[in-house]
Ligand binder design. Structure first.
Ligand code: DLL
Length: 434
């Protein structure tokens, strides 16, 4: 049976959703015009006033916001409410060294937690469940977001945060955790540790996982589902728009429903910014139509995917985004070829390797060197060099047919690539330092 947190809105008709979006967009544009001088100036520069925005069809007239704008307006330039009303900040994990500080008032926290509650119920969660939140807590949005959602659903919530993997497994077993929330790479690592302890899927009570915050492939999903004996659901979000729960997967596991009563999604050409027709692959742009303290209008996410309005078997009517294919700024251009880490992961998993790998790109003279370092499974591990060379050749071929590029493949011993308790670091691009 499909569970919904707010069925009246999650399953609303297109007309109802558009009516909500029209009303909220107009209100939001007036709000930023009156209360956010930084964005008002952008509108004035673009020659747009609130009168020009009569419905969501006029959304494309509004100027984009980018990470550069957030840096420029840092720290308080995009704050949309009086200081007395703002109650929380969250901040990006800063893996790229560019911190974003986002603000919330109580209304924003409420809608964020509602979105996370929708995701938990879409993964089958109810107040009977025990939900272990193993995303980091603190400035990162993963822990606080899912924690709030879990409370709203009425799950017994275990706020373990990330790390201390033995304790994670102990709590899952002792407290009968049925839902696990963490990054997919950490879920895979928990699975690895369980295997080392001699524990299989039948030794733990988990039934579902809500995994996001980083790219992962369908093959990785299958692996995690098998090792932990669960159904694994994708969840997407970013700090600028509140955090996890901007979109989430349902029982169909075929893309993530965008919470359209709060966020309008567009797909644009990453180069030109032109809005692309439905079904095209491009950069996701979001407008938060209901958030007050940090009202993002047409925020460029750099995330690459496509949108579909095809009917979903779960009964939800909100538009779905596909699994992320990568980021326009994470996309590597190696010898002129566009490469997403997710493509490499797909090849590795297809050949039976674990998702523990690193992509190392460098510049040698005028050409790019491209190495993929891959861990072998304990079963593959051997000191027979001939066998290893054969395996490496096979992977070079597989990668070549996926990417049209020749890589140097280096197979390394099991457990030699550093594990992550949060977002995994897959790419080392040394070219940036020259
Ligand atoms: O990662 C929020 C989050 C927490 C999402 C927990 C899901 C679960 P940031 O640290 O601001 O926020 O990073 C946002 O992470 O633009 C994507 O590039 C990436 N990302 C988030 N979810 C997914 C996902 C959180 N499901 C950035 N698949 C986004 C792939 C994801 N990438």
């Amino acid at each position: 049976m499909e569970h919904y947190y707010q069925p009246e809105i999650e399953c609303a008709s297109r007309e109802e959703i558009v009516a909500i979006q029209n009303e909220r967009l107009l209100r939001q544009v007036q709000h930023v015009w009156n209360d956010v001088p930084y964005y008002r100036k952008k509108m004035e520069d673009a020659g747009v006033t609130p009168d020009d925005i009569k419905s969501i069809d006029d959304l494309h007239k509004l100027p984009f916001l980018s990470k550069d704008d957030l840096r420029e307006s840092y720290p308080y330039g995009m704050l949309g409410v009086p200081m007395q009303e703002a109650i929380r900040i969250q901040s990006t994990s800063g893996t790229t060294g560019k911190r974003v500080v986002a603000f919330y008032n109580q209304h924003d926290i409420d809608l964020w937690e509602d979105c996370c509650a929708r995701a938990i119920m879409a993964a089958g969660g109810t107040n009977e469940d025990v939900c272990q939140v193993s995303y980091g807590y603190g400035l990162f949005t993963g822990g606080p977001g899912l924690n709030g959602g879990s409370h709203r659903v009425g799950c017994l919530t275990i706020p373990t945060s990330s790390g201390n993997t033995d304790r994670q497994i102990m709590f899952i077993r002792d407290l009968n955790a049925t839902i696990l929330c963490c990054t997919p790479s950490y879920a895979a690592y928990i699975g690895e540790c369980m295997q080392e302890m001699g524990l299989g899927p039948d030794d733990i009570p988990l039934k579902a996982g809500i995994f996001g915050a980083e790219a992962w492939s369908e093959e990785m999903r299958q692996d995690i589902q098998k090792t932990l004996g669960i159904k694994a659901y994708d969840i997407y979000g970013l700090t600028e728009l509140s955090g996890p729960g901007v979109s989430f997967e349902c029982s169909a596991q075929k893309g993530m429903h965008v919470n359209e009563d709060h966020f309008i999604a567009e797909i644009v050409d990453p180069e030109t910014g032109e809005v692309l027709p439905e079904g095209s692959i491009g950069e996701l742009v979001f407008t938060a139509i209901d958030k007050e303290a940090f009202p993002m209008i047409r925020y460029r996410t750099h995330d690459i995917c496509s949108l579909t309005r095809e009917k979903c078997s779960c009964g939800r009517t909100h538009v779905r985004m596909t699994r992320l294919m990568g980021r326009s700024d994470d996309m590597l251009i190696i010898r002129g070829v566009n490469v997403f880490p997710s493509q490499i992961e797909t090849v590795l998993l297809n050949y039976g390797y674990p998702a523990n790998y690193q992509i190392i790109v460098d510049r040698v003279g005028t050409t790019d060197s491209f190495e993929v370092r891959v861990e072998m499974t304990p079963e593959m591990f051997t000191d027979n060099l001939g066998e290893i060379t054969e395996r490496q050749k096979e992977l070079v071929k597989g990668l070549n047919s996926m990417l049209g590029l020749t890589a140097v493949v280096t197979l390394v011993a099991p457990k030699t690539i550093e594990r992550s308790e949060g977002k995994a670091v897959r790419v080392i691009d040394r070219r940036k330092f020259f």
